[in-house]
Design a protein around this ligand. Structure first.
Ligand code: ADP
Ligand code: ADP
Ligand code: ZN
Ligand code: ZN
Length: 751
């Protein structure tokens, strides 16, 4: 290899998925951004080729002995990749982790904060474990460090306007004439015809909280000693103090409506022992600091003037500053990670890497601008540049022009999607891209048009005085029969307003989100849309055989892979590996089934068709309608048999949209539908949304994309800023009005 090539990752003859012998030189220690329409092959280059090869090389570092236990990870389909460094993928997969994983634990900031309290807190408590809610020494023993406890919803448990005989106790075990009801009534301690609201405090306490005691009662003519205890006491012991998850589904369903979750009364949600909570710095304890927004916390930490703690303070402020820089200053350290959005999750992961000391790593980002308002994109850019300046190679798949601008090198993939893509259209600088004449280049130069002829609403849906999370008494009307875009900077309260408040009040609304579709690993676009049923029938009648043969979970499926076409092998300490099935070679069906043809094609050949090819092949009316809907949402390039698990979030969202296109009079809610969409595809998305509205539906979209905002009938702008500095409606009106509103950040960016 020549000296000069050392400065490049050299890829030759890549053929994964739709790639057509792609060869590339990617400059090392620079930012390279991959652009192109969805389905053109960006991920096939970056994830399926470069990242996959890096993982394979990493596995080769294991000794021969260990490798003998590992299945052979197939080499990506490419002639060669030279000069690759370790790849780290920073994606939008949500951070799971349950109640014990918080922003603080995942960014490694919480351990440093604990260290700070153990050194500088007063009174002195001991070492750092005392401040960890994941450690038996530090956790609140009442709630085991969860911070919340289950309780009974008294308003649902009792009807105070009734007597015992009228069924005042609403809990499931106490129906009139039931065993538990009879026991209470037969104690003789209560006036069973008196309304509960007329009970004295003592009577009510005995009924609800009476301690367990033996009482002699008559049952079936016999006197027996029976244990009686307060209704609430008994329900608590029977259900709340035990792990509900171990009970039958029926029991769980029956008791769930009566159970509420609230902060633990002992630690008041702080999760820590009293000793830990009494320890303070500048009159704040560790729970106070963990529940502060990062933007405020960093100021509090900076004020700590204690020479012993100085190095810890420095390290803490550095990490907190990273969170501020990336636009997450509105989050708190105690925020549970499974409540973060995809974009927020990716940015949190990014911060983790910035604080690390790895150099010469290839970082790979998948649309890091997701969830960021145009105002905050520059912060993301600065972080990408910081990673590069530390000596790393940064590869980014991105559609946002403001991010693309900062690339040292751009690779534009195209010209279209699927089989009509997979080639490199342009390589070079940003300025060069603008003049390249490619779809991406041309769309970058297009001016924004503000919608003028906005639709008149048919009515309105009201939200009154909403106060959840950061919402500050928000009252707002959402017009029906039009396209409404809810916008505002990250953390301003858009999702809280729409996904939490609005959806809980309008349960008939249909949410079209990016979460994975499909119930099993065998699901694919054909099974999801129902096309597969018609295809099976067609094969069956053409060959005069049973249609069951053509199902993935039938006798007709390949026995080795059970119709999956691939075999998964679990590895103890690596992610599970997927290998093509050796028996059917990925065709999923037995030889004898593959011999049956429909118009000359086998079932495997039909499943390998793209939506576009299938549209030419099929004449069945229902099938054509469903295929056309998929084509309309821009999914022409996916194949009928492609596992749904290989679809991106944006593609999942659009396949859901496709199955809704024939409905009328519904309310649709979409969260950032432009995710994964190239600028040239946004027009298509707008056309679909307009089609839904024209058919009499109401469409509500949460978006930052200026092309979408400018085409709304109605804009609701949240703000003014994120977190406690947000939570208000800054503007309601049309696109041509918002650009005149000084205090609307969105308005400024539209201008
Ligand atoms: P992009 O990242 O530009 O949106 P992709 O690289 O994901 O595009 O996809 C390129 C083409 O390869 C598309 O036609 C897509 O449907 C197809 N493809 C991607 N992943 C798989 C897979 N695991 N199996 C089969 N086809 C795939
Ligand atoms: P946006 O959708 O505009 O980005 P969000 O509605 O997600 O904003 O967030 C608004 C505020 O509410 C932020 O301060 C955020 O941290 C907070 N928040 C959102 N979801 C939760 C949650 N599940 N628990 C606690 N706070 C939350
Ligand atoms: Zn507690
Ligand atoms: Zn097989």
């Amino acid at each position: 290899m020549s000296e000069a090539n050392q400065e490049y990752i050299v890829l030759s003859g890549a053929r994964e998925n739709n790639l057509k012998n792609v060869s590339l030189r990617i400059p090392k220690r620079q930012i390279t951004i991959f652009t192109g329409v969805s389905g053109s092959g960006k991920s096939s280059i970056v994830f399926d080729t470069i990242a996959a090869e890096s993982t394979r090389l990493l596995n080769e570092n294991f000794s021969m002995f260990v490798r003998n236990f590992l299945p052979k990870v197939p080499q990506p389909d490419t002639d060669a990749i030279e000069n690759l460094s370790m790849a780290v993928i920073v994606d939008q997969k949500r951070l799971g982790g349950g109640s014990h994983s918080t922003m603080g634990t995942i960014t490694d900031i919480s351990p440093i904060l604990r260290l700070l309290f153990s050194r500088a807190g007063e009174p002195y408590v001991g070492q750092a474990n005392m401040f960890s809610f994941n450690d038996p020494q530090g956790m609140c023993l009442e709630c085991s460090g969860i911070g919340r406890r289950l309780g009974i919803d008294m308003s649902k448990a009792l009807d105070m306007s009734k007597s015992l005989n009228e069924g005042a106790i609403l809990l499931p075990d106490y129906k009139v004439d039931s065993m538990d009801w009879s026991i209470i009534v037969q104690t003789g301690s209560f006036d069973t015809d008196k309304k509960l609201s007329d009970y004295s405090a003592e009577e009510l306490d005995l009924l609800l909280h009476g301690k367990a005691r033996k009482v002699e009662m008559q049952f079936g003519g016999k006197a027996i000693n029976i244990t009686v205890e307060g209704v609430i006491e008994k329900f608590t012991n029977k259900y709340i103090k035990r792990d509900l998850k171990t009970m039958s589904e029926r029991t769980q369903k029956a008791v769930a409506p009566y159970i509420t979750e609230g902060p633990c009364s002992s630690c008041r949600g702080a999760r820590l022992s009293q000793a830990a909570l009494n320890c303070k710095i500048n009159s704040l304890n560790i729970a106070d600091m963990s529940s502060m927004e990062v933007g405020q916390l960093i100021r509090v930490i900076r004020e700590i003037d204690n020479p012993v703690a100085a190095p810890i303070v420095k390290s803490l402020t550095e990490r907190l500053q990273h969170l501020v820089d990336i636009g997450l200053d509105y989050l708190t350290l105690d925020r549970e990670t499974d409540t973060l959005s995809g974009g927020e999750s990716q940015r949190v992961k990014m911060v983790k890497h910035l604080s690390g000391s790895l150099v010469d790593v290839t970082y790979i980002f998948d649309e890091p601008s997701v969830g960021l308002h145009p105002r905050d994109v520059h912060r993301l850019n600065e972080l990408l540049q910081k990673l590069r300046d530390k000596g790393n190679t940064v590869l980014v798949v991105e559609h946002d022009p403001d991010v693309i601008k900062i690339a040292d090198h751009i690779v534009d993939v195209g010209p279209h999607a699927g089989s009509r893509g997979g080639t490199i259209m342009y390589e070079g600088s940003f300025e060069g891209l603008l003049e390249s004449g490619t779809l991406t280049g041309n769309h970058m130069k297009r001016p924004l048009h503000l919608k003028q002829d906005c639709r008149q609403p048919s009515g309105k849906l009201s939200i009154q005085n909403a106060t959840l999370h950061n919402l500050n008494q928000v009252s707002v009307d959402i017009p029906t029969g039009v396209l409404t875009v809810v916008t505002g900077v990250a953390g301003s309260g858009k999702s809280t307003l729409i996904n939490d408040v609005f959806l809980s009040q309008h349960s008939d609304a249909i949410v079209i989100d990016q979460s994975a579709v499909g119930v099993s690993t065998r699901s694919n676009p054909a099974t999801y849309t129902g096309i597969m049923d018609d295809v099976r029938k067609a094969f069956a009648s053409a060959n005069k055989v049973n249609q069951g043969l053509f199902s993935f979970n039938s006798k007709g499926a390949c026995e080795n892979c059970q119709g999956l076409g691939v075999v998964y092998t679990d590895l103890a300490f690596l992610e599970s590996v997927k290998l093509p099935c050796e028996v059917c070679g990925g065709k999923r069906f037995k030889e004898e089934v593959l011999a049956y043809k429909l118009d000359g094609k086998s079932i495997a050949e039909v499943l390998a068709m793209t939506v576009e090819q299938a549209l030419e092949f099929f004449q069945i009316k229902e099938v054509v309608r469903k295929l056309q809907a998929m084509s309309d949402v821009g999914l022409n390039y996916i194949t009928l048999g492609q596992p749904l698990s290989t679809l991106s979030g944006g593609e999942c969202q659009r396949i859901k949209l496709a199955s809704e296109l024939h409905k009328k009079g519904s309310i649709y809610v979409m969260d950032e539908p432009t995710t994964g969409l190239h600028m040239s595809d946004i027009g298509l998305l707008m056309a679909i949304m307009n089609r839904l509205v024209d058919a009499g539906n109401t469409v509500i979209v949460i978006e930052h994309n200026l092309d979408v905002i400018s085409q709304a009938d109605w804009i609701i702008d949240m703000g003014p800023d994120g977190g406690s500095k947000g939570g208000q409606v800054v503007f309601e009106g049309t696109p041509s009005q918002i650009i005149h509103v000084e205090h609307s950040i969105t308005g400024r960016y539209l201008n």
